[in-house]
Design a binder for this molecule. Structure first.
Ligand code: SF4
Ligand code: SF4
Length: 342
């Protein structure tokens, strides 16, 4: 593992150099929360946040995007629309990087999705270790306190300076070209381990009352549990828990034909399994008509169906769903603990 050090006094210069040369997206405070957006000046970038409202998945899978344009001519002209402008995504917590790593696998399997994959390839991801834990986060319990891949650089706030772990050659080049560096010592590396484990320990105070590896089995035996109905009776079918989740990736695809009836675009937009029409099909059938069936599906998806593909739970413990759900029924920790209690 290669570590370098940037003094805090030199950090703004590094960010300014990036802004001068790249499109930089990062975390900014907004109305008491944190959001991802364009960074136009070093002082806009916030690295000491607990959790952002929406995850960085929007940079790889936008809420709405045009996939292709078509012309209704005899030879049906089709032009794929691929966005691959390079950009830097600065300030991604390890749990969100873990989610991106999962999405990378999902979008590369079967027929690879060039729209997602090319945006991903165009991005330089600069991670940052959390300095604070959001009230509903449980990422330490989900094995997402640290990650070993999925980032080009990883920053850790050490007080007077940042330690930077180099994840890729692209990250190394970026650092060497734009930052004033000092070599990190063995003591710095040891201190980094201590700082990381302190914050992880704070996060550990929230979590499952049983080993998380038992969740897929627990779900297998819980299909008819009364809790699905009981909890879902409070569900507003608003879809917030899907929208904010870094590992939810369902989408809908629509063709929009222009008024000239000769051209059009194929659009994809986020969808959510908690929305009433998610499983509705053209004949008027809806495979998950009841709130309970939709609510149950979300937890089976996170804890069972995707586990079979990823060999890991499709939840990284960010806690966004728990914070965003008005009736407070979306929190995986509460739900799985309740299921375990029987
Ligand atoms: S299910 Fe909830 S806690 Fe888990 S990754 Fe999604 S939003 Fe975060
Ligand atoms: S579980 Fe909560 S956030 Fe999700 S759809 Fe229902 S009310 Fe909305």
């Amino acid at each position: 593992m290669e570590l370098q050090l940037i003094e805090k006094s030199d950090h703004d210069l590094f960010v300014q150099n990036l802004i001068n040369n790249y499109q930089v997206e990062g975390v900014k405070p907004k109305d008491g929360s944190f959001i991802y957006g364009s960074i136009k000046a070093p002082e806009e970038l916030c690295l000491d946040f607990d959790c952002t409202l929406i995850s960085p998945k929007k940079y790889f899978l936008p809420p709405k995007e045009a996939l292709l344009q078509f012309a209704l001519t005899p030879d049906s002209e089709i032009t794929p629309l691929i966005e691959n402008d390079p950009f830097i995504l600065f300030g991604v917590h390890p749990y969100d990087i873990k989610a991106i790593n999962q999405m990378d696998r999902i979008f590369a399997r079967g027929v690879p999705d060039p729209h997602y994959l090319q945006r991903r390839e165009a991005a330089l991801v600069i991670g940052v270790d959390p300095t604070a834990v959001a009230p509903r986060s449980f990422w330490a319990d989900m094995g997402a306190s640290t990650v070993s891949e999925g980032f080009d650089l990883m920053f850790t706030d050490m007080g007077e300076h940042f330690i930077v772990e180099i994840g890729t050659n692209r990250g190394r080049n970026l650092l060497e070209e734009h930052a004033k560096l000092k070599p990190a010592t063995t003591d710095d590396a040891r201190e980094r381990v201590r700082i990381r484990s302190r914050i992880s320990h704070i996060c550990k105070k929230r979590g499952f009352a049983f080993p998380k590896r038992d969740i897929p089995k627990l779900l297998e035996h819980s299909w008819n549990n009364f809790l699905w109905e009981e909890q879902a009776s409070k569900c507003l079918s608003c879809g917030t828990c899907n929208i904010v989740c870094p590992t939810c990736y369902c989408f809908d695809v629509e063709d929009h034909v222009d008024l000239d009836l000769a051209h059009g675009e194929r659009i994809r937009r986020w969808d959510g399994c908690l929305l009433q029409d998610f499983a509705a099909v053209a004949t008027g059938e809806n495979f998950r008509e009841t709130r309970a069936s939709r609510y149950r599906h979300r937890f089976f998806r996170k804890g069972h169906y995707l586990f079979e593909i990823l060999d890991d739970l499709a939840c990284v413990g960010c806690g966004r769903c728990a914070s965003g759900c008005l009736p407070d029924i979306a929190d995986p920790v509460n739900l799985f603990n309740k299921l375990k209690e029987g």
